[in-house]
Design a binder for this molecule. Structure first.
Ligand code: NAP
Length: 306
């Protein structure tokens, strides 16, 4: 039996692994994909992680992983199918094994929210994308649309503008939500055109995105925008399905936990984007990993372990 099983290998999970190794806990990190860093791995450039200005997201993910590995953290690439979190012996059941641990850290992060419009599912991977840094290269010299007005949408629009012919930023309101510095860059870009107060009604195309049917929410005017790609950047959904019915969550599915990362179940901790928190950033996810381990150590020593 492990002292700790960490589910997820983003900044939260790997920071927990680093702190856990240093605390001499026997631990296992379970990651779904053979790529560490979580969402960070799909970020083109990270410019707000202290000490590493402008580092590539993939490289930062690798650094986190390398650090945990150098301290001896064991990482397996398996898909967790279910968990049983009650009692002193927690069970984590993957597609390959059943593991037991005294504590579990849920560091499963969050995934991209869907637009929920006709054509989205059918044309996914055929012009519909949720990751500009992963798929942007396919649209070199083409016209594309980015949906959303937050940091992700603004970063995506700027990233795509480097190689695409034209980028339409389709936003449902008349004010952007993202950081002021990004807003200034977007509005100054000659390649980016912002379509304000506009929503996507339908994505059209035969085997590849060809057009978006749009509606202006103020004038009710409908329009057809010819694009080869559409990048939805409308926020995140927590990856918390595994824990449903076992730990308390808020109305959006985020696991309820404070800064100590303690959930409603003893010995279970939530770290990173999957937890209720005001700011979801790499640096706050990493901080959660540290807090989760400190809380877990306290929990274990209260039971006479460690
Ligand atoms: P976000 O801040 O939640 O923004 C989502 C955007 O999508 C909002 O503009 C929202 O419109 C719009 N939206 C939501 N649902 C929609 C729908 N159904 N149809 C059309 N538009 C919709 O999400 P995010 O940009 O992914 O950022 C998430 C978090 O990560 C934030 O805390 C952000 O600061 C952080 N982040 C930071 C960086 C960085 O610092 N480099 C980069 C990326 C993300 P409204 O504005 O009308 O609500």
């Amino acid at each position: 039996m492990y002292d700790m099983i960490i589910i997820g290998s983003g900044p939260a999970g790997l920071a927990a692994a680093i702190y856990g190794q240093r605390a001499k806990l026997s631990l296992l990190v379970i990651e779904k994909l053979p790529m560490s860093g979580g969402q960070v791995a799909n970020t083109y450039e990270v410019d707000n992680y202290p000490g590493l200005p402008g580092i590539g997201g993939y490289e930062l993910g690798e650094k986190f992983r390398g650090h945990a590995g150098a301290l001896g953290a064991a990482v397996v690439c398996e898909e967790v199918r279910s968990v049983c979190l009650s009692g002193d012996e927690k069970q984590v059941i993957t597609d390959k094994e059943t593991y037991t641990a005294r504590t579990v850290v849920a560091a499963t992060g969050a995934w991209h929210r869907r637009l929920g419009v006709p054509g989205e599912e059918e044309l996914r991977g055929m012009g519909v994308s949720y990751c500009a840094t992963c798929d942007g290269a396919f649209f070199r010299g083409k016209d594309v649309a980015v949906i959303g007005g937050g940091d992700t949408a603004l970063e995506d629009a700027l990233f795509l503008a480097r190689n695409c012919r034209k980028v339409y930023l389709v936003h449902r309101r008349d004010a952007l939500r993202g950081a002021r510095t990004l807003q200034e860059k977007v509005l100054a870009s000659e390649k980016i055109e912002v379509l304000w107060d506009t929503v996507v009604e339908r994505i059209e195309g035969e085997g590849q995105v060809e057009a978006l049917l749009l509606q202006n929410k103020k004038t009710q005017e409908a329009g057809r925008l010819l694009v080869s790609g559409v990048f939805a950047a409308i926020g995140m959904q927590p990856d918390s399905e595994l824990f449903k019915g076992q730990v308390e969550m808020d109305e959006n599915g985020y696991i309820r936990a404070g800064e100590d990362c303690a959930t409603s179940v003893e010995g279970v901790f939530a770290a990173g984007d999957v937890r209720t928190k005001p700011l979801r950033q790499i640096v706050t996810a990493a901080a959660d990993g540290a807090n989760a381990v400190t809380s877990a150590e306290r929990y274990l020593s209260g039971r006479g372990i460690g």
